[in-house]
Design a protein around this ligand. Sequence first.
Ligand SMILES: Nc1ncnc2c1ncn2[C@@H]1O[C@H](COP(=O)(O)OP(=O)(O)O)[C@@H](O)[C@H]1O
Ligand SMILES: O=C(O)[C@@H](O)C(=O)COP(=O)(O)O
Length: 419
Amino acid sequence: MPLLLGCIADDFTGATDLANTLVKGGMSAVQVIGVPDGPLPEADAVIIALKIRTSPVADAVGQSLAACDALTKAGAKQLFWKYCSTFDSTDEGNIGPVGDALLKRLGAGFAIACPAFPTNGRTIYLGHLFVGGALLSESGMENHPLTPMTDPNLVRVLSRQTEGGVGLVGFNAVDQGAVAIRREMTKLMDRGTRWAIVDAVTDAHLMAIGEAVERQALVTGGSGVAMGLPENFRRAGLLPDRSDADALPPMQGAAAVVAGSCSRATLGQIGLAREHVPVLELDALATPDAAAMAAQALSWVDGKLEAGRPVVIAASATPDKVAALQAKLGRDAAGALVEDAVATIAAGLVDRGVGRLVVAGGETSGAVVTRLGVTSLRIGPEIDPGVPWTYANPTGLHLALKSGNFGARDFFLKAFDHG
Ligand SMILES: Nc1ncnc2c1ncn2[C@@H]1O[C@H](COP(=O)(O)OP(=O)(O)O)[C@@H](O)[C@H]1O
Ligand SMILES: O=C(O)[C@@H](O)C(=O)COP(=O)(O)O
């Protein structure tokens, strides 16, 4: 099976989100964890999941280029650089620097940047990113523990991360469809502008953008803009019918949720779960010791594990508590401490018979999946937009990696109604 789309994702939930979109679009997709030593798996799309959203720039660029080389060597016809639908990054990067490096490696001079995901409330109008009814900078993302987003103007945000020049393909062109979008892209390319933020408010816009970028070596954005890409391959006669793309083996074992995400949606999901299933909320500020937090959680869980209903263990905290821990330890050390604790807890749960595990949070998922020794994920049925069940190799575990801000309030309950 020839590789059609080669993808590089800056975190593990984002990779799953993208893979899910491609599977829904009729492509077979495999998520691999890190750049594999050996050959890539056979699939229409391979998504290399990296944990580089908050890494030092040189490290993020190095890993992305290694992934790019593996994908191009495997024959990928187009590359996709997946980052967060809320454009999570800092003024240093890593969206711009990685994108610039990929363009250079591919010998290309231009790419779009479109994190829109209307189904999950992310829309872009005149370059401004909205989350639901609020500007990005008033959506709760301004309090993110690692990548606080305080500027909603993506042209400005990306300009701070690249010297390549950032333009806008605005709503009027996007609303007219692929031909008009391509015309605006060509104008920017002719002026030597390297990047274009592209407005998108509806799925129809995303489909049109997908068509417009058919011949671009590199496409960048959230999972939304990938919606339009399978159709390009189908039109070119490269993508056969794949009706069983999301079948996974039956689920087995006890059910659990671990959460390190402090996003509003996750905090709401923990709140609802508290009314229905056993929930342990860890206090990293009171016990800033990963081993002690894990020991507390694993002793609490004793006798509580069942197949039908989950236990929920959360290190998540409100912005004031996150700020207090960060003031005590520093931002990165605070994040690393909680990630270490949650990863140890997840490994302990699997040892105790958990076979279906939801992990809330992108960085948290990176830590958990790495600790569990997972090398690749097969993508299964979608629980809520952007979050599918997956089947982990080589552990045989069912995993759902939930992006912090994704999922309905009852996500931690409804996930286990599947399968
Ligand atoms: N109580 C806390 N104090 C400080 N940092 C925390 C706390 N709880 C979780 N974190 C850290 O916050 C970060 C949340 O990021 P992530 O897992 O990507 O969630 P999201 O998907 O919501 O962005 C992680 O690095 C996690 O370890
Ligand atoms: O695009 C998205 O919003 C997600 O796929 C994603 O990357 C979310 O990251 P986290 O919020 O850190 O889980």
